[in-house]
Design a protein around this ligand. Structure first.
Ligand code: SF4
Length: 234
């Protein structure tokens, strides 16, 4: 952990009302400061889903719906050994596929998506994962969030901002959005965060959300963003 910011008094703190009145340039400046502090705090921040190819990341991201990354990482080594490419997912025996991914939850739907994904990649993309938002989000089981994960982490393309439960919660607490719809949150963040940092932004907020700014009990006293956060409990 890096050093804590200077002691924040109730009088000097950024309140929710002040954050609502904040001008766009001021908010963008505060966002930049948040970004820099989190980069310093979590230099190791990266995609937690283990993968060696765009296809593996795409499959792992589909499996991560309603499931922890840790659990997905326990399942994928055997899965990728048995199903190494799009063709093998396309021709998968459903019972076998379901059994391998069962512990990730919603395994019937996920198995259907993975088989459909393999078939679509085979028929429309010569077995390769496409690198555009339009093509990715038209694949079975792939929405904008999954496409953003793959574009940002497998192809190095900052096309959008991944908004998961941590990113949504922290962006609201930090007063960078007042929205609950992920698409609207993403749009607010895209207007504030520099584009080159869209992918790392999500990783940083996820790391901070898991370690400090937890859903039920945020550890504000230990938070490097204390003086920048209108939701700080001090
Ligand atoms: S831990 Fe507290 S101060 Fe830090 S970002 Fe979360 S709500 Fe704000």
């Amino acid at each position: 952990m890096t050093s804590q910011p200077e002691k924040v008094t109730r009088k000097g703190r950024l309140t929710p009302a002040k954050a609502r009145r904040e001008s766009k340039p001021k908010k963008a400046q505060r966002t930049e400061e948040i970004l820099q502090r989190l980069k310093e705090e979590y230099p190791e921040a990266c995609c937690a889903l283990e993968h060696r190819s765009p296809l593996q990341l795409l499959v792992a991201t589909i499996l991560s719906a309603q499931c922890t990354d840790k659990r997905v990482n326990m399942v994928t080594p055997a899965l990728f050994e048995r199903f190494p490419d799009a063709a093998s997912f396309a021709a998968a025996d459903m019972v076998e596929l379901e059994e391998i991914i069962r512990s990730t939850g919603f395994y019937r739907n996920k198995a259907k998506s993975l088989q459909g994904l393999g078939q679509a990649l085979q028929s429309d993309h010569e077995g390769e994962v496409p690198a555009t938002m339009k093509e990715l989000s038209s694949l079975p089981g792939v929405g904008r969030k999954t496409a953003n994960v793959v574009l940002g982490n497998a192809f190095g393309i900052d096309e959008g901002v991944v908004v998961d439960t941590h990113v949504g919660r922290l962006s609201n607490r930090l007063g960078l959005t007042g929205e609950s719809n992920p698409v609207k949150i993403e749009s607010d963040l895209m207007a504030l965060v520099p584009q080159d940092d869209w992918t790392i932004w999500a990783h940083l907020l996820i790391f901070h959300g898991r370690q400090v700014c937890k859903a039920r009990k945020p550890a504000c006293a230990d938070c490097v963003l204390l003086d920048l956060c209108p939701a700080a409990e001090i």
